[in-house]
Design a protein around this ligand. Structure first.
Ligand code: FAD
Length: 461
């Protein structure tokens, strides 16, 4: 067993939470090491955000070109896979470079607690021991497995679905949340016959119906079949594919497909060999860690961030918490303030939301007005032939302060940042309406939605 030099901060996991925490800790002058049992960059870089967005972008290009050339060959999907891998490798290399230049020690292997200030790191044929003053847990999450449909063979999690070497002829996606919709639409654009089975009444259940509607329209245009109120009960695998049995009401129905992709949520990695029990910690509800507003667990030198902490499982939430935890260790007064966490679905059209929706605001007893503007009347959107969708802003009826915003349409993922900043800064709809936006640009739709809200405020509606 090798005994490594002790560090001020040990970070377990190198996803967007872990590597951001290690970087911030090192920038603040603390001796820092990060341990990773898999690949540097975590889920986001290797089997999450980055590969999915690379394949989604390729599927758009494929669909666009094949509409012209009617060439929908399998070769393009294979090329897309190598493009994806190149993007992933570049991103992972970037993370490695940043950690190295910041002076963070990278340790390969699986960390298990020995006691409150020591972990053992088991790698391939190696065993190292390291002591630390503080530890940040950033161990992330893994796909939830359905008992009736265990992963293996033709039943895929998102991880395998991102790495198929050939294009499947057909795919049934179980779960119509954002990952199911993104990956289902991506495959449909490449030419796979996709069916999405959703247990609830509509896909993208977290979004208001008017927002999800343009995405559902486009899914239909892409040839995706959506079956709602449907519960998968079992699958029989054979050499060509599988037969999936599902309940629609009280009736049992069947679908044949080459593969099934199960995307029904993720489970925090707080169990297994990590050994939290050896430091007096226990994960709570659904495996999540409870912390204070500085991400500190009940053991004061142990912090938890990212997918293992309450809140949406998103990369930018993980890296935001990472900074708070590292700064807390350095004695700074940083705290978590979740006023504005943007949420994006990289579907076509894109969907994005930040802050409160109109319904959530009314449920909390706020008097709100909304302002809406459509991409259909925006010159840039017309030029791009991307006119489906709208921007909706929710603001306090009296002060005009922006409480939330939702966008469905082209570049929603980019446009939402202005609204996140507006919420962070306590801006009003008047501030947004009076800000000069470039023309002709998609940002004008945001400004016009704010102008609409201002007009409603003046008219007292
Ligand atoms: P992770 O990225 O999960 O990293 C945790 C790391 O810890 C892993 O590499 C793991 O190997 C390591 N680890 C665990 N236990 C140990 C141990 N004991 N010792 C050593 N190492 C350990 N989010 C977005 O914001 N935008 C998106 O577009 C988006 N798309 C996604 C698409 C898909 C298909 C998936 C699956 C997820 C997507 N997400 C997206 C979610 C995002 O990937 C996660 O929220 C994010 O990766 C969480 O970061 P994290 O740092 O908490 O953990």
């Amino acid at each position: 067993m090798i005994h490594l030099e002790a560090v001020d901060t040990l970070v377990i996991g190198s996803g967007p939470g872990g590597y951001a925490a290690a970087l911030r800790s090192a920038q603040l002058g603390m001796k820092t090491a990060v341990v990773e049992r898999g690949q540097i960059g975590g889920v986001c870089t290797h089997v999450g955000c980055i590969p999915s967005k690379a394949l989604i972008a390729e599927s758009h290009r494929f669909q666009m070109y094949s509409k012209r050339s009617s060439d929908r060959g399998i070769a393009s999907f294979e090329e897309a896979q190598s493009f994806k891998q190149a993007v992933v490798n570049k991103q992972a290399g970037g993370v490695q470079f940043l950690l190295k230049t910041a002076g963070v020690t990278f340790l390969q292997g699986e960390a298990s607690f020995l006691d409150e200030h020591t972990v053992v790191i088991k790698g391939e044929g190696t065993e190292q021991r390291i002591s630390f003053k503080n530890v940040i847990l950033a161990t992330g999450s893994r796909p939830i497995e359905l008992e009736a449909l265990p992963y293996g063979g033709r039943i895929l999690s998102s991880t395998e679905a991102l790495s198929l070497s050939g294009l499947p002829a057909s795919l049934v996606v179980i779960g119509g949340g954002y990952i199911g919709v993104e990956l289902g639409q991506m495959y449909a654009k490449f030419g796979t016959k996709v069916t999405i089975l959703e247990g609830g009444r509509s896909v993208l259940p977290g979004f208001e119906a008017d927002l999800a509607a343009p995405v559902v329209r486009q899914l239909n245009n892409d040839g995706v079949t959506i079956i709602t109120d449907a519960k998968a009960v079992k699958a029989e695998q054979d050499t060509d594919g599988l037969t999936l049995h599902y309940m629609k009401g009280s009736e049992q129905q069947l679908i044949r497909a080459e593969y099934a992709l199960v995307t029904v949520g993720r489970r925090p990695n707080t169990d297994g060999k990590l050994g939290l029990e050896r430091i007096g910690l226990q994960a709570g509800d659904r495996g999540l860690m409870e912390t204070d507003e500085q991400c500190r667990t009940k053991v004061p030198h142990v912090y938890a961030i990212g997918d293992i902490r309450t809140g949406p499982a998103l990369a930018h939430k993980a890296s935001y918490e990472a900074k708070v935890a590292a700064e807390a260790i350095a004695g700074q007064p940083s705290i978590i303030d979740y006023k504005a966490i943007p949420l994006v679905v990289f579907s076509e059209p894109e969907l994005a939301s930040v802050g409160l929706t109109e319904t959530e605001s009314r449920e909390r007893g706020y008097s709100v007005i909304t302002g809406k503007s459509s991409f259909g009347i925006n010159g840039r959107a017309l030029a791009l032939k991307e006119t489906d969708g709208f921007v909706k802003i929710v603001a306090d009826q009296t002060s005009g302060m922006i409480r939330g915003a939702q966008i469905v349409g082209v570049e929603a993922s980019t446009l939402i940042s202005e609204l996140a900043l507006a919420i962070e800064m306590g801006a009003t709809v008047e501030d947004l309406a009076m800000t000069i936006h470039p023309h002709p640009a998609l940002g004008e739709v945001v400004m016009e939605a704010a102008e609409h809200a201002v007009r409603k405020m003046i008219m007292g509606k």
